[in-house]
Ligand binder design. Structure first.
Ligand code: NI
Length: 197
């Protein structure tokens, strides 16, 4: 390859790389707005008292939505405790927020199982389950990854799942989210800011 051709090819590659990086950066920085359109959508599940619950049911209040499963040994109970403590720290403002737990393990998380689990966390928690199809559709609407980890036992298995808490506005539209490392303090601070209290 001649030197001139080599320089031309390198210049082209640098150009393509620059365009790709710029596009990637724009997508990344605009992520919050872009995500808003992607997170959330219709679902129809039942709560711990057997009542049908849809996004319409949740409208009028802010929702803190987390997907997990009651047999989870660590991340789920920790996250639900963080949500509980964050709401406790909000005081009266907490009345504007509905904490929602959606199971990704409907086989074991029956209405009765959720009812018992709800006792451990904030009393305003709405805990949702449904048929495997309905649960899969709900998880898909929130872009939540979940997968059963194969085990020798049919009842004693783990679920692999993403661990993100979504804040949806009173209109049901995505506002922001919290990672699995969010503390009660940071969650309460963000909620206070978003709720305008
Ligand atoms: Ni979990």
């Amino acid at each position: 390859m001649s030197t001139r051709l080599f320089v031309l090819v390198v210049s082209l590659l640098v150009g393509v790389l620059a365009v790709t990086l710029t596009a990637g950066y724009l997508v990344w920085t605009r992520g919050d707005q872009g995500t808003a359109a992607l997170i959330g959508g219709p679902f129809e599940l039942v709560d711990q008292d057997g009542r049908t619950t849809t996004p319409e049911t949740l409208k009028g209040k802010w929702s803190l939505i987390y997907f997990g499963y009651t047999y989870c040994p660590d991340v789920c109970p920790t996250t639900l405790s963080v949500m509980t403590q964050a709401l406790d720290q909000l005081g009266p403002l907490a009345e504007k927020v509905t904490p929602v737990f959606v199971t990704v393990d409907p086989e074991r998380d029956t209405v009765a199982q959720l009812k018992a689990y709800q006792d451990h966390f904030h009393p305003s928690f709405v805990m949702l389950t449904g048929s495997p199809d309905r649960v899969r559709d709900a998880a898909r609407a929130y872009r939540v990854y979940h997968r059963k980890v194969e085990s020798e036992s049919a009842t004693d298995y783990l679920m692999d799942h993403s661990s993100i808490t979504f804040l949806m506005g009173p209109d049901g539209v995505y506002v922001t989210h919290f990672g699995h490392d969010a503390t009660a303090e940071s969650m309460a601070a963000t909620l206070r800011q978003k709720l305008g209290g």
